[in-house]
Design a protein around this ligand. Structure first.
Ligand SMILES: Cc1cc2nc3c(=O)[nH]c(=O)nc-3n(C[C@H](O)[C@H](O)[C@H](O)COP(=O)(O)OP(=O)(O)OC[C@H]3O[C@@H](n4cnc5c(N)ncnc54)[C@H](O)[C@@H]3O)c2cc1C
Length: 430
C-alpha cells in the first residue's frame, strides 16, 4: 500500500511561485535575480503558448489609446476596482524596461508613451506598447503598401481574410493602407507538421528559406512591406527575420497567428532559460491544491505530480494561476466562482441575483471582472480588506477588476503585477 501523505520537497525556498504564465515567470525571475532560492510549480505552460507576445498595457479606453502613459491615470480613476489603480505609472514603466532588457535577444521595442498599431491574426489594428523587433514593421500608423504572405499547408492562417480586414481597419490619423496577398508553396519535406510550430522549425532550415525567398522575390513590387505569419523560427527567429529583410530588400514583419503562438513560446523559452541560469527550480506538471498554514502565514503548498504529493515550504508565495482559461478561477454549475488553490475570497462579482453573463458574446460580462482583490503589498484580502495570509501575494489574470480582452491589457497587467509582487516580497526582506 502506498502512503498518500505529502512528502516534503527537499529544502525550503525563499519563494514558491505557482503558475508559469507571464505573471509567474516575471515574479520568479525578478526574485531569482535578486538572489532568492525560487521554485515555480505549474500545472502546465500558461497563455504564452496561445497569445501574441506583445505587451498590451492599455489598448482601449473609450476608443483606441494612442499613449498608455497619458490614458492610464484617467482610466484608473474611472475604474477604482481595476488592478491598474494599485500599480503606479512608474512601476508599469519599470516593468516594461525590465522585460525589454530580459528579452534582449528578441529586440523588444516600444514603451509606455506610444502604442504601436499592429495587425492581429484577424486583421484588426491592435494597440500595443511593446513588441518584438520581428513585428515592428507591421505598425500601421504610417500607412503603406502591405503584402501578406500565405504558406500553403499552414494551418489556421488566413492571409486573404487578414488582408481584407487590414484594408478596412480604422487607423489613427489619416494613414492610408493598401493590402494584397502572395501565396507561396515551398516544399514541406518529410515532416507532416503543418502547425505554426512545424513551420517555425522549417524556417530554421536554410533550404526552406531559400525556396521561400526565390518564390517571393519574383512577386514583390518596390516599396512593399511584407507580412509573414509569425512562424519565422523559434530560437533563431531574429536571424531569420534579418536574413529575409536583407535578401528581399523589403521591410518584413510577423503577424501573430491563431494558437499556438510561436513568438509566445520564444518568450517562455527565454524566461525559463534565464530562470534556470539563475538556479531556480521549474516543476511543470505539478498541480498545487492545498496548503499548510499557521499563525496567519502559509508554511507550505501541496503539489500533486504524477507520483505522490509533495509539500513545498517557503518564506513567501506568489499565486499566479491565471484566470478562468487556466483554471486559476473556476465557475461551478451553480454559478459559484472559486479560487481553487487556497479558496481565497473572490471579489469583483455582481450583487446577489445579478446576472454573470449578458446575452451577446461580445457584451461586457460581469463575470470577467471576478478574481482576487489584493492590498498594496499585493496580498489577497478578505471582505474587510485584511490580508488572508501575511506571506501570500497574487499577480496576473487571477486579479479582480480587469476585462483584459476588451481593454487590451492582459500581458501588461501580468507583467506589471508579477513585477510588483516581486517588489513587495523584496521590500519585506530588505
Ligand atoms: C488565445 C489568447 C489570446 C490572448 N491575446 C492577448 C493579447 O492579444 N494581448 C494581451 O495583452 N493579452 C492577451 N491574452 C491574455 C493574456 O495572455 C493573459 O491575460 C495573461 O498572459 C495571463 O498571464 P498569467 O500569467 O496571469 O496567467 P496564465 O498565462 O494563464 O498562466 C497561469 C499558470 O498557472 C498554472 N496553474 C493554474 N492553476 C494551477 C494550479 N492549481 N497549480 C499549479 N499551476 C497552476 C497554469 O498551468 C499556468 O502555468 C490572450 C489570452 C489567450 C488565451
Amino acid at each position: 500500500m502506498t502512503d498518500a501523505r505529502p512528502r516534503l520537497a527537499d529544502v525550503g525556498y525563499d519563494t514558491v511561485v505557482i503558475g508559469a504564465g507571464l505573471a509567474g515567470l516575471t515574479a520568479a525571475l525578478r526574485l531569482a535575480e535578486a538572489g532568492q532560492r525560487v521554485a515555480i510549480l505549474a500545472k502546465g505552460v500558461g497563455a504564452t503558448h496561445l497569445a501574441p507576445p506583445t505587451i498590451d498595457v492599455l489598448g482601449y479606453a473609450n476608443g483606441p489609446v494612442d499613449s498608455p502613459a497619458q490614458a492610464l491615470p484617467e482610466f484608473a480613476a474611472a475604474n477604482p476596482e481595476h488592478p491598474y489603480r494599485q500599480l503606479s505609472i512608474e512601476l508599469v514603466r519599470a516593468s516594461l524596461d525590465w522585460f525589454k532588457a530580459r528579452l534582449g535577444d528578441h529586440g523588444y521595442r516600444g514603451g509606455l508613451d506610444e502604442n504601436f498599431f499592429v495587425p492581429t491574426a484577424l486583421g484588426v489594428a491592435k494597440p500595443t506598447a511593446l513588441l518584438p523587433e520581428t513585428m515592428a514593421a507591421g505598425d500601421l500608423r504610417e500607412g503603406g503598401r502591405f503584402v501578406f504572405v500565405g504558406l500553403r499547408g499552414l494551418k489556421d492562417f488566413f492571409p486573404a481574410y487578414l488582408a481584407d480586414n487590414v484594408a478596412q481597419t480604422p487607423l489613427p490619423g489619416r494613414a492610408s493602407v493598401t493590402t494584397r496577398v502572395v501565396e507561396l508553396a515551398p516544399p514541406l519535406g518529410e515532416a507532416r507538421d503543418v502547425s505554426s510550430a512545424g513551420f517555425a522549425r522549417r524556417f530554421e532550415q536554410p533550404a526552406f528559406r531559400e525556396s521561400v525567398l526565390t518564390e517571393l522575390r519574383r512577386n514583390l513590387v518596390p516599396g512593399e512591406i511584407v507580412g509573414f505569419p509569425a512562424v519565422l523560427g523559434i530560437g533563431g527567429a531574429r536571424e531569420v527575420w534579418r536574413e529575409l529583410e536583407t535578401r528581399l530588400g523589403h521591410p518584413v514583419f510577423e503577424v501573430p497567428t491563431l494558437p499556438p503562438s510561436v513568438p509566445g513560446i520564444r518568450v517562455y523559452d527565454t524566461m525559463t532559460s534565464a530562470l534556470r541560469r539563475q538556479g531556480a527550480r521549474l516543476v511543470i506538471g505539478s498541480t498545487v491544491a492545498g496548503a499548510e498554514t499557521g499563525n496567519g502565514r502559509l508554511e507550505g503548498v501541496v503539489a500533486h505530480t504524477a507520483g505522490r504529493p509533495l509539500t513545498y515550504r517557503a518564506r513567501s508565495f506568489v499565486l499566479a494561476t491565471g484566470g478562468f482559461a487556466s483554471a486559476g478561477l473556476e465557475l461551478d454549475s451553480s454559478g459559484t466562482v472559486r479560487e481553487p488553490v487556497f479558496d481565497l475570497p473572490v471579489a469583483g462579482l455582481p450583487g446577489q441575483n445579478a446576472p454573470l453573463f449578458e446575452p451577446g458574446y461580445f457584451d461586457e460580462h460581469a463575470l470577467s471582472r471576478a478574481g482576487v482583490a489584493v492590498d498594496e503589498s499585493r496580498r489577497p484580502v478578505d471582505d474587510e480588506g485584511a490580508p488572508v495570509y501575511e506571506n501570500l501575494h497574487a499577480a496576473g489574470a487571477t486579479l479582480a477588476g480587469a476585462v483584459p480582452w476588451r481593454e487590451a491589457s492582459g500581458n501588461g497587467l501580468s507583467l506589471a503585477s508579477g513585477y510588483a509582487a516581486a517588489s513587495a516580497i523584496l521590500e519585506v526582506i530588505s
